[in-house]
Every structure is written in structure tokens, then in C-alpha cells.
Design a protein around this ligand. Structure first.
Ligand code: PEP
Length: 250
């Protein structure tokens, strides 16, 4: 049985006042039946980890540099994330791939660095609108999986997120059949790559305009093991509704 995961990606949002949203969420879910994760901006990571200590909510980073340390102005290493209290890191988000030119090879080296310091990784995949229109969705996602995920991953260390770029922050959501098609494909690729047991154990999250209104419909889809949530994770009230919808799907 894969334990479901609701992961919030705050992106470049949140000043000190946002810490209260996270503690409100923790208070609302003292003993959740699923895993809950918040990935705040790096500036809040340490304080958020402190504020959530002893709660059921884990914290994570949004990116890390592949090197251990060195002359990389503005970057953050995996060890720094772990030292700040992170247990997870999102890697290869489409905004990193687009805004910072991260390639599959870049993502793969970041995954290796994160795993080396004991972080769990959420590797993001997803096609653009033009790629979907051209019928290239599975080819794009397949290439991202092959290129971004290194060998030797386990169900404990790896989570895959399917996030169609055209659905992120747009209010557009794929149909249940479209989600099922891609999640089933990712599952089969993970089994082919890592074997039946590991492949069946790796969690696959859907991401892209998940809201309290559409969460239950998405969570009813086969091979959807939770969600990576952007905008709706910023407020405790909306993220809490999504958490409840995921718990109800268990
Ligand atoms: C994301 O970018 O990871 C995301 C899912 O964003 P949103 O929920 O705002 O579409």
C-alpha cells in the first residue's frame, strides 16, 4: 500500500507571516492518515522546520545545487537543505526547467546530490500544451523519467510528480482519463526500470491547478497517490480541504 502524500509548493511566496498558515494546518491535522509536506521558499525553511517540529507535517526544499559546496553564488546545496530541517526536495519543476534552463541531466545530478545527504526527492515531469497537442505527452514524460531519474532509486527515496505545464496555475486540469493514462504510463516505466516491488511502491503525484473543488475527482483516478499543490497550498484552509479529500480517498 502506498501512503498518500499531499505536498505544498509555496514557490517564491511567503514572508514571516506565512509561518502561521503552516502551524494552522498542523493544528488542523494532528494525526493525518496521509503524509503532508510543505516546501517553502529557502528563506523560511529553517523557521518553518522549527515551527512544525513535533507536528505531522514535513518540510522540504524547492531545488538544490548538485555540488556539495563552493563558488555558486545564490545556490543552496542539498546538505544545506537537510541542515535547515528539510527531509525532501522538489527537483526538476517545470519552472526551474524553463526559468533556469535545467536539463534532465542537471536534474539527475541534483537527485544524486539530494539522495547522498538523505533527502527524499520529488522529481517533476510534464508536457507543454504544444507537446500535448502534438500527441507527444508520453514521449516527453518518458524521456524526462529516463533522463532525470538516476539508477538505484527506491520507493522510499523517490516520488514522481506528473505536472502538465499547461495545467500549472491556469485553472485548466486534464480529464481523469488523461491523468490515468499518464500515471499508468509512469507506473509501467518505474516497474520496468526498478522492478515490480519498487515500481509499485513509488508514489506518483498529480500537480496542476489542484483545488478543494476538483481534488476528490483527481484523487479517485488510478495510480494518483496524492498531489503537488502550488497556489492552493498557500492558505491553510484550502490546503486543509485538499488534505481531507486525500484522506477520504484512502
Ligand atoms: C506547481 O507548480 O507545482 C503547481 C502544481 O502549481 P498550481 O497548483 O498553482 O497549479
Amino acid at each position: 500500500m502506498r501512503r498518500k502524500l499531499a505536498a505544498g509548493n509555496w514557490k517564491m511566496n511567503g514572508l514571516s507571516g506565512a509561518l502561521a498558515e503552516a502551524t494552522r494546518l498542523a493544528d488542523a491535522h494532528p494525526a493525518p492518515r496521509i503524509d503532508i509536506l510543505i516546501c517553502p521558499p529557502a528563506t523560511l525553511l529553517s523557521r518553518l522546520a522549527g515551527a512544525l517540529k513535533g507536528s505531522a507535517i514535513a518540510v522540504g526544499g524547492q531545488d538544490c545545487h548538485p555540488a556539495d559546496a563552493g563558488a555558486h553564488t545564490g545556490d543552496i546545496s542539498a546538505a544545506m537543505l537537510a541542515d535547515a530541517g528539510a527531509g525532501h526536495v522538489i527537483l526538476g519543476h517545470s519552472e526551474r526547467r524553463a526559468d533556469h534552463g535545467e536539463t534532465d541531466e542537471d536534474v539527475r545530478s541534483r537527485v544524486r546530490a539530494a539522495i547522498a545527504v538523505g533527502l527524499r526527492v520529488i522529481v517533476c515531469t510534464g508536457e507543454s500544451g504544444a507537446e500535448r497537442d502534438a500527441g507527444e505527452t508520453l514521449a516527453v514524460v518518458g524521456a524526462q523519467l529516463a533522463g532525470s531519474v538516476p539508477d538505484g532509486m527506491t520507493a522510499k527515496t523517490l516520488v514522481i510528480a506528473y505536472e502538465p505545464v499547461w495545467a500549472i496555475g491556469t485553472g485548466q486540469v486534464p480529464t481523469p482519463d488523461q491523468i490515468a493514462g499518464v500515471h499508468g504510463f509512469i507506473r509501467s516505466r518505474m516497474i520496468r526500470r526498478f522492478g515490480e516491488e519498487t515500481g509499485q511502491g513509488i508514489r506518483i503525484l498529480y500537480g496542476g491547478s489542484v483545488t478543494p473543488d476538483n481534488a476528490a475527482r483527481i484523487f479517485a483516478v488510478a495510480d494518483v497517490d496524492g498531489a503537488l499543490v502550488g497556489g492552493a497550498s498557500l492558505k491553510a484552509s484550502s490546503f486543509s480541504s485538499i488534505v481531507r479529500a486525500l484522506e477520504a480517498s484512502v
